[in-house]
Design a protein around this ligand. Sequence first.
Ligand code: ATP
Ligand code: MG
Length: 588
Amino acid sequence: MPWAAIVKSPADRAVVPNLDDYARVRAAFSWPAARAELGGLPGGRGLNIAYEAVDRHAAGPRRDQVALRWLGKDGEVRDLTYGRLRTLTNRFANVLRSLGVGRGDRVYTLAGRMPELYVAALGTLKNRSVFCPLFSAFGPEPIRARMTIGQARVLVTTEALYRRKVADLRAALPDLEHVLLVGDRRRPTGVPGTRDYHGLTAAAADAFEIGPTDPEDPALLHFTSGTTGTPKGAVHVHDAVVAHHITGRYALDLRPGDVFWCTADPGWVTGTSYGIVAPLTNGVTSIVDEAEFDAARWYAILQDQGVSVWYTAPTAIRMLMKAGTELARTYDFGALRFLASVGEPLNPEAVVWSREAFGHPFHDNWWQTETGGIMIANFAAMDIRPGSMGRPLPGVEAAIVRKIAADRVEVVEAPDVQGELALRPGWPSMFRAYWGEEARYRTCFAGGWYLTGDLARRDRDGYFWFVGRADDVIKTSGHLIGPFEVESVLLEHPAVAEAGVIGKPDPVALEVVKAFVSLKDGYEPTPELRRELLAFARTRLGAAVAPKEIEFKPALPRTRSGKIMRRLLKARELGLPEGDTSTLEESA
Ligand code: ATP
Ligand code: MG
């Protein structure tokens, strides 16, 4: 797509990026050297995520620096320093130990973004148990399904969520032995069959020695977003911390003392890898906002907290764009230095807009629950090609491949050819299993590559361009069309807030391109506007690629992590069963 590159200005480079020279850093990089930087548990007793995130700093000059700043919905602010976080996570680990919960046992959380969730996550890792966060807006069925798959032994949740969603499930969860309820600190929760989180942690000892941790010990169980089907439980090990740390430093440009805000909920992998682990290993102050999206609130947080590095998602960026540039202009974002986005393709329009609104462009990066950390990124030191995901991280080998047999692939060497995005296994945060689904795990690998299920192309300078998920690609009259390209063009029209594009079966063309569009405030879904959009897309994309049909929708179906569910648009269009909708946002 011929968008002009965003060339970094001297102001953009006023602070020399951690990754200042891509070619040089990449050539010199090795995972063993990166691992050696973290040091590991004292006495050579292995590598533990929570030790690297908390204890290493708590024992050094960062002890009194704020590690987590929690912003409550109602204006309350709670600061946890690295030192305090060490004590609280030690206590939680002691609680688990006293309950007989040990190495490898699964500890689940079902909670909004509250301090206890962060403490439970890190305390679980100290105890060498496996942490599995569930998104708090899940209903009883998705909760039951995920707890059954991972055989949850412990659940940390709130009194209200327990009563509403879990109490009736207990009989169906035979492995669940302990439920710890976070209630009002002033009185014990006292719900039958549960224990009081605050009572237990207050009585626990402040000191905890982390046991020997094999870097290959399972640490995290993360369910995928369910965009393309039933969510899968990806297993990550303690060694993943090496990738969290390095990618935080190189792809997000984190440095000690930064004020960092990752807007993702820990119910999704981004909210753990970059909402908990990477910021802490990198010694930053991490902002946690309990409230849901609100444009004015978000701008006020960026301004008032002096956020220097911000990591968010395209769906939020599109909502900010919808709220208008004027609103953004009333705030001072003087502390902001680096902006990054993940989760869905970032439309070029959004990259260009962000520079107007914030003075800095968003840097798109690509990864998945399965990869555990950022794999391809636009780096601070690089000029941005809007619409591109950027280049592979140091230590990450990415390629475009074509599958030629069940266990063989062919690497596409020529530039600008579309194929499946593949990664060479070996980076530390690669998933080690889909919990309980060995066969499904194995089908992700062929010919020495991990196949991502995403289609992309690489240009001659090594930048990767997202085309679409393999399942979403449209086959029409002998062409393969990625929905992203069509959606991005529709988004250039001033009336369009969001677009989702599918292939609709057609007797002649195999499939035709159909677009679902939601409009910005102030625009009406009239036949004239539909004709205008069809013509607008045809002029830019050509008749072969442009949508043949456009349908207006007040909103598009999205996952709770903010991804457009094209498979649902398609199922509804064709009157087919909707499949797994456990991650669908309620309003959709
Ligand atoms: P499921 O695997 O259950 O269908 P999911 O793939 O949406 O759900 P995640 O692991 O949360 O679950 O999301 C990873 C996917 O999100 C990637 O495979 C890709 O399709 C998409 N994605 C993430 N970042 C980007 C990006 N920067 N550009 C384009 N797509 C992205
Ligand atoms: Mg996926």
